[in-house]
Write a protein that binds this ligand. Structure first.
Ligand SMILES: *Cc1c(COP(=O)(O)O)cnc(C)c1O
Length: 400
């Protein structure tokens, strides 16, 4: 695999030079004031990215999976009921993690390519008169299928049922790339990691925790130690960590937040939309479709492209890596072999996206997909050439 080429997997993402330099830093004493000076801007910055004033933000040395575990073990007890939709590999894995912690998961199955089933949640919550369901778990952007779910709609479903369940949201492949509003959507725990929208190497589990979720912690009895929110919050308050912190990544996180805010979050979201839209124009020109069932569900961070019958999405990915040194994402779980995924999040430009689209075309031509070289590239070029990002809208690109 070439390290010169950009990568097109939906995380880890390409790392901007500025962040690589930020994490290239000598060891410091993590019990000194220097560490506190690094930690505070990172924690405060994450708050702004999550769009929350109320929540506490915590960072653990882990990945998104660790954040899933931290969320449920700190706030729930074995046997507690949680409600979750399964519509892709990541929603599936979070459900599996809950089951292994002996939580009772009520699963709503939805097709892979569909969104979180807010209407079904509302019916189930309405029927749960004893309020046995303690939390609703939603994967905001299902990275396996390239589907974005409507978190505000899930919040409305919980409110319409007048149900006190907490709302936990996996925003690992959406936060810092797509619109996310923790307070406005009434999210009780928001989850992400360092290696996606924050454009850093993997290694940080990042959480926002509402006052309601913090209160739930006091009576929750799932065993926890490394991920105990109370230990972390207490130590953070005095500028420290309960164990050796991932100093370099935390330093990188504060620089990442500064980069995102310098670009402007609205612009970051518009850029992701615009790049994704160019990729979608290419997919359309290839005569292929996305795994996401409707255009309103399209993710701006990853596109899962359905391969024609008789072709193999995994072979596409291995061929791209072997012949061109370019990484795309394979299909996972139910859609293994049926799709290949183009990750277009984080540090990405129109020009980088065009390189990915052009490579995908060469790979498909090599594997005898029915297409003519240049069709997708031309469609994306035309879109990038004639549209620009609107600065103050999260999802608008207008004709130049
Ligand atoms: C990447 C990802 C995760 C976390 O995976 P890790 O490998 O543990 O960081 C969780 N959920 C979604 C939606 C993801 O895209």
């Amino acid at each position: 695999m070439s390290t010169q080429n950009p990568i097109f997997i939906p995380g880890p993402t390409n790392i901007p030079e500025k962040l690589r330099r930020a994490i290239d830093y000598p060891s410091i004493d993590h019990r000194s004031a220097s560490f506190h000076e690094m930690l505070k801007p990172a924690l405060d910055g994450v708050k702004r990215i999550l769009r929350t004033r109320e929540a506490e933000t915590l960072i653990f040395p882990a990945t998104g999976t660790g954040a899933w575990e931290a969320a449920v073990t700190n706030t729930l007890s074995p046997g507690d009921k949680v409600l979750a939709g399964r519509y892709g590999m990541f929603s599936h894995r979070w459900i599996d993690l809950c089951q292994r912690h002996n939580l009772d998961v009520e699963i709503v199955e939805a097709p892979w390519g569909a969104a979180a089933p807010a209407d079904a949640f509302e019916q189930i919550l309405k029927a749960d008169r004893t309020h046995s369901i303690k939390a609703v778990l939603v994967c905001h952007n299902e990275t396996a299928t390239g589907v974005r779910s409507d978190i505000a709609a899930v919040r409305r479903a919980i409110d319409a049922a007048k149900h006190p369940a907490m709302l936990f949201v996996d925003g690992v492949s959406s936060i810092a790339s797509m619109d996310f509003r923790m307070d406005e959507w009434g999210v009780d725990i928001a989850i992400t990691g360092s290696q996606k929208g924050f454009m850093l190497p993997p290694g940080l589990a990042i959480l926002g925790i509402s006052p309601k979720a913090l209160a739930a912690m006091e009576s929750a009895t799932c065993p926890r130690c490394f991920f105990d929110f109370r230990d972390m919050a207490r130590m953070n308050a005095s500028g420290g960590f309960p164990y050796t912190p991932p100093v370099n990544l935390i330093r990188g996180l504060s620089v990442s937040v500064a980069m995102l805010e310098k670009e402007g979050l609205a612009h970051v979201f518009a850029r992701h939309y615009r790049i994704a839209e160019g990729v979608r124009k290419a997919v359309e020109a290839w005569g292929l479709s996305l795994c996401a069932r409707e255009s309103r569900l399209y993710s701006d961070t990853v596109s899962a492209v359905v391969v024609p019958n008789g072709f193999d999405g995994t072979r596409f990915v291995t061929h791209a890596a072997d012949k061109y040194g370019v990484a795309f994402g394979v299909g996972l779980g139910e859609v293994a072999g049926k799709v290949f995924r183009i990750g277009h999040l984080g540090s990405m430009t129109d020009v980088m996206a065009l390189a990915g689209i052009a490579t995908a075309e060469m790979v498909m031509a090599d594997l005898n997909f029915p297409l003519k070289l240049g069709e997708g590239v031309a469609a994306a070029q035309e879109f990038y050439r004639t549209s620009r990002c609107a600065e103050n809208a999260s999802d608008v690109c207008v004709a130049a």
